[in-house]
Design a binder for this molecule. Structure first.
Ligand code: Q9C
Ligand code: ZN
Length: 562
């Protein structure tokens, strides 16, 4: 068993800065690094980490992702004067060079690879590298968005080669789209890239069509590129968690990575001038903790953006505290995602449905239509009458088809709420835990089903639950929102009943070791599923090695499988 959290930081990476006026680049300052490190010291976190020295990334390592021509261009900036530096910088979008940029960019690559080595070598369990310049925008032949070398993309290539990894997950929670990473791995099924980003229907930098949800990867890499475009600013804890629950985590668990890399930008946090989002530092503790369940905990976080110094440094601390295993702080504020977030999430899910088993059984019409329609109808009606149409009996003249659609919409959301739950827990207990944060709308509404009615529904299935006021509160909140979308109890009741009894969740029963027949049956199933199950599909060694490791506790079976 390995333990410990690595921290990689070297003051030398603060030794470059913008030398001239440029409103695009002014926010990328050395204090981003030093203030994060100061904050870590303030919370006594530095001394709890395993300190690793940085090194320079080698030319060979840099060329895992970048061309030798581009490497030469960057190398050449070391000796340029200000005028020449300005000229080189102007060849790229939102980039500045300084005589120390090349040295620091090499250290940023090397620091990232040191982290990967110490995690893969088992010296530590996980860790974080605090680096400058960031990496995720840079491309084979170009610097971009403050980024010189693509630290995380290089790390993934490096880990594939040095450790023979077949499945690496990159989670890019920076608020900008890491298009550089997308370009590198677009056709590569062994690297699953996930990014959420401020998009605003392509009105936000880097203004790319390929940042939208329908960029799912190409050729063999189809299904391995996941974009969650945020079309509004102000996304917060609930929206981020909903994206994790409904997009990233299901797919990531199906993918079953051997290593997780985080493009750990904090411009997605509250107060950041670029992101304009609202996630609190505590949110990053939750995001981190979820990812620690993957890849046996092998996780490397690498700093990308983050321009509000206080928000940035508090969020860095939250991430490292969580990596160290500290308790996760509670989240405050609105716990339901906004309509725009739900729309984005549903669009990504729809786009990825052909590629992932965990999405395959979703039977809903494209949610874009439905929610946009509901939203528009509500807005129009509210403007006219001051009341929300969907709560009024006859305000919206729905035909049967539409009613059915809404029913499926609700059913889908109930399934979503319950998705990550082991069957041993009651549905209601789970809803209480998740605090109903996965509901489709956050608008306050009149209650159509009161606590009394609710109690009677619930008590039919589990008398014990009725006593738990907390559970009821969550359910009540949930029902209130559902009521807003659709008035008729008659549709809701049997459906809620079904959900509460856990109808669609299989009961696995008590755990018992697999019998020989079961192992062979599973083996056969794996053969069949291999074609479309990601976890099997992208493992070259697949059957033999995975099967034996699954059942290695039982040597009798091992021989049979081999
Ligand atoms: N008008 C990172 O967060 N903004 N890079 C350009 C153009 C550039 C962000 C605005 C933002 C780059 C690593
Ligand atoms: Zn960013």
């Amino acid at each position: 068993m390995t333990s410990g959290t690595a921290l990689i930081y070297d003051e030398e990476m603060t030794n470059y800065k913008l030398l001239w006026d440029d409103t695009n680049c002014g926010i990328e300052v050395p204090e981003r690094l030093s203030s994060s490190y100061e904050r870590l010291k303030h919370y006594n976190l530095v001394e709890r980490c395993v300190r690793l020295p940085v090194r320079e990334g080698t030319e060979e390592e840099i060329m895992l992702v970048h061309s030798s021509d581009y490497l030469k261009v960057v190398k050449n900036t070391q000796t340029l004067n200000e005028e020449e530096l300005r000229r080189v910088s102007a060849n790229y979008d939102a980039v500045y060079f300084h005589p120390n940029s090349y040295r620091c960019a090499k250290l940023a690559v090397g620091a990232t690879l040191q982290l990967v080595d110490s995690v893969m070598g088992g010296e530590v369990h996980n860790g974080m590298a605090l680096v400058r310049p960031p990496g995720h925008h840079s491309q084979r032949n170009a610097a971009n968005g403050f980024c010189v070398f693509n630290n995380v993309a290089i790390a993934a290539e490096y880990a594939k080669r040095k450790y023979g990894l077949q499945r690496i997950l990159i989670v890019d929670w920076d608020i900008h789209h890491g298009q550089g990473i997308q370009y590198v791995f677009e056709e590569d099924p062994s690297v699953l890239y996930y990014s959420w980003h401020r998009y605003e229907h392509q009105q936000f930098w880097p203004l790319l069509r390929e940042s939208d949800y329908d960029a799912v990867g190409q050729e063999k890499g189809k299904g391995f590129n996941i974009n969650v475009p945020w079309n509004k600013v102000g996304m917060g804890n609930a929206d981020y968690l909903a994206a994790f629950f409904h997009v990233l985590l299901p797919l990531a668990f199906e993918f079953d990575p051997e290593l997780v890399l985080i493009s750990s930008g904090y411009d997605s946090g509250i107060g950041d001038p670029e992101g304009q989002m609202r996630a609190t530092p505590e949110c990053f503790a939750h995001l981190t903790r979820f990812l620690m369940h993957l890849a046996n905990g092998k996780l490397c976080a690498v700093l990308e953006g983050g321009y509000h110094l206080r928000s940035l440094s508090e969020s860095v601390c939250m991430t490292i505290k969580t990596l160290l295993g500290d308790p996760i702080p509670h989240l405050s504020g609105e716990m339901t995602p906004c309509l725009s977030a739900v729309e984005s999430i549903q669009n990504v899910r729809a786009a990825h449905k052909p590629y992932w088993k965990c999405l395959a059984y979703e039977e809903v019409p494209p949610l874009e239509d439905l929610s946009t329609k509901l939203h528009k109808a509500a807005e129009a009606e509210t403007a006219q009458t001051g009341t929300c149409p969907v709560t009024k009996d006859n305000a919206v003249n729905r035909n049967r088809d539409e009613a059915l659609k809404i029913e499926r919409f609700l059913e889908l959301h109930m399934k979503n709420i319950l998705f990550p739950v082991p069957p041993t827990k009651t549905a209601a207990a789970v809803i209480s835990e998740s605090d109903a944060r996965l509901l489709p709308s956050s608008v306050l509404v009149e209650k159509e089903i009161g606590v009394k009615e609710l109690k009677s529904i619930v008590s039919e299935f589990d008398a014990k639950l009725v006593k738990e006021e907390k559970v009821l509160n969550s359910l009540e909140k949930m029902l209130a929102v559902l009521n807003k979308i659709i008035k008729k109890e008659v549709i809701l009741k049997p459906f809620i009943a079904k959900t509460l009894t856990g109808d669609f969740m299989p009961d696995f029963g008590a755990y018992a070791p697999a019998s020989q027949e079961q192992v062979l049956a599973i083996q056969k199933l794996r053969d069949q599923l291999q074609l479309d199950w990601k976890m099997l599909q992208c493992s070259g060694k697949q059957l033999v090695s995975s099967s034996t490791s699954l059942f290695c506790g039982n040597t009798i079976f091992k021989e049979k499988i081999l």
